[in-house]
Ligand binder design. Structure first.
Ligand SMILES: [Cu+2]
Ligand SMILES: [Zn+2]
Length: 175
């Protein structure tokens, strides 16, 4: 009897989700990523993405950093299972471009440049990204986000030479 109820509840939830998906307008798309520390680090935070008319608004809040700049990218795998987050693999690069700055015409879709931490180790960033998309081909949903130990020099291929990975998270679709 209990099993039957679970099955009915499960079917109801599935129908509910399918309905919600259909009703969503592209301009209302949002995604969220919670960043957790890799082994031996204390860096954590959140990244919110929301579709705007001219691009994707990226709002970041990270703490536990050393003061200064830290490379900040979307990586190709939404997999933070390795203690050093190497499981997230390389920069998300569906177009096969070179690494660059967020403002570059040619860059990886995942190149978000650097976070700049203040003397308390807190970094906040809010910018409009014209390369990333939240649905369809090249969508960032399901990909990983990495915060690095060092500054991204925005030039060195293919990583920006930003060093170790101090925090990792997976981008999930949000309502
Ligand atoms: Cu990276
Ligand atoms: Zn890159």
């Amino acid at each position: 009897m209990k099993k039957a109820w679970v099955a009915i509840l499960g079917a109801g939830l599935l129908i509910g989700c399918a309905g919600a998906k259909k009703a969503g307008e592209p301009k209302g798309l949002k995604a969220l990523c919670v960043l957790s520390p890799t082994q031996g680090n204390q860096v954590k935070g959140t990244v919110e993405f929301s579709q705007e008319k001219d691009g994707v608004r990226v709002v970041v809040m990270v703490e536990g950093l050393t003061p200064g700049k830290h490379g900040f990218h979307i990586h190709e795998k939404g997999d933070c299972s390795a203690p050093d987050a190497s499981s997230a693999k390389g920069h998300f690069n569906p177009a096969g471009h070179d690494h660059g700055a967020p403002s570059s015409k040619v860059r990886h879709a995942g190149d978000m440049g650097n976070l700049k931490a203040d003397s308390k180790g807190v970094a906040k960033m809010n910018y409009l990204d014209k390369h990333m998309v939240l649905e369809g081909k090249g969508s960032i949903v399901g990909k990983g986000i990495i915060v690095h130990e060092k500054e991204d020099d925005l030039k060195t291929q293919p990583t920006g030479n930003a060093g170790a990975r101090v925090a990792c998270g997976v981008i999930k679709k949000a309502k």
